[in-house]
Design a protein around this ligand. Structure first.
Ligand code: BJW
Ligand code: ZN
Length: 256
């Protein structure tokens, strides 16, 4: 499809669909100032983000990994939802049948949902199924205790957050490589994908599984797939429509 026909084709695919699954990744938050994982923005100090997000890295040096997460919490805390998060939240609240699935651990979809819903609205309808956990929760490495995050002192292992129930070391409540994804959001995401007539993918390389399987499931079930990304992604070959550019520019126009 030539690039001038793509926006109309994407709008038509979304307009015709009764059920839509939206699948987002780090790229949707890039224009808010949240660093992505891969590529030039994926470095912290001299470390690759991909190498820090692992149980091995945490086992080797929990202080370093906690320092990185504390930095990310602070960074995300200072960011605001951008035009793409907000357009998406308003669109979801304005129609039925949309399931938002996100790999992101930031809370920008949730904040956009609250902003779009305003006083008294039901923001929960525009909150995402979070496949990789939440930056703003911790869980214990020894027992099932989970809690909302509080400020982290990463000066030494002794000052890191410890469990109020068993004294074990707490860790960020996110999914690292080699770990299982949370069952309930995963099941809901794949069920929505299997029923969707359209799948809108925004800002993800599509390299990480099983999350990327949501888009493959939607495609295999007959959904038309629209990909919004300024770069190449693993979904380009299966996309029915590619909209090449930043989410903050493309998504508001697409969902107007
Ligand atoms: C813009 C933009 C703008 C820029 N606008 N766009 C099948 C095949 C191969 C491997 C596997 C497989 N199944 C499982 C695996 C192993 C592994 C995996 O997938 N590896 C591959 C990388 C090779 N998966 C796992 O280990 C998963 N667990 C698992 O499989 O368990 C099963 C099991 C367990 C035990 C025993 C046996 C089996 C877990 C994966 C967890 C991923 N976790 C992370 C970290 C989360 C915590 C944290 O944030 O700290 O999740 S890794 C990281 O990648 C993060 C992200 O959610 C995820 C995806 O990244 P994303 O969103 O694609 O970001 P980027 O940076 O890669 O891309 C940004 C995109 O935005 C780019 O396309 C840009 O162009 C674009 N962009 N500006 C729009 N303005
Ligand atoms: Zn504990």
């Amino acid at each position: 499809m030539n690039s001038s026909a793509a926006p109309a084709a994407a709008r038509e695919a979304l307009r015709r669909a009764v059920r839509v699954v939206v699948f987002t990744g780090a790229g949707i938050s890039a224009e808010s100032g949240v660093p992505t994982f891969r590529g030039a923005g994926g470095l912290w100090k001299t470390f690759k983000a991909e190498d820090l997000a692992s149980p091995t890295a945490f086992g080797r040096d929990p202080r370093l990994v906690w320092e990185w997460y504390a930095w990310r919490r602070e960074t995300v805390g200072g960011c605001r939802p951008n035009a793409a998060h907000l357009a998406l939240a308003r669109w979801i609240l304005g129609r039925a049948g949309v399931t938002l699935v996100s790999q992101n651990v930031d809370d920008l979809h949730e904040r956009a949902a609250r902003e779009a819903a305003g006083e008294g609205g039901d923001a929960r309808r525009a909150e995402p199924l979070k496949l990789h956990g939440s930056l703003f929760h911790d869980h214990c490495t020894r027992c099932p205790h989970r809690q909302a995050s509080s400020p982290v002192d990463a000066a030494s292992v002794a000052t890191l957050p410890h469990c109020p129930e068993c004294g074990g070391l707490m860790r960020p409540d996110v999914v690292w490589f080699g770990e299982m994804l949370p069952a309930r959001p995963v099941e809901a995401a794949f069920a929505a994908a299997a029923e969707a007539e359209a799948c809108l993918v925004i800002g993800t390389t599509g390299a990480v599984y099983p999350a990327a399987g949501v888009v493959h499931t939607a495609k295999a079930s007959g959904a038309r797939v629209v990909v919004v990304d300024p770069g190449e992604t693993e979904f380009d070959a299966l996309a029915d429509v590619r909209l090449v550019g930043p989410a903050g520019e493309i998504v508001p126009t697409l969902l107007k």
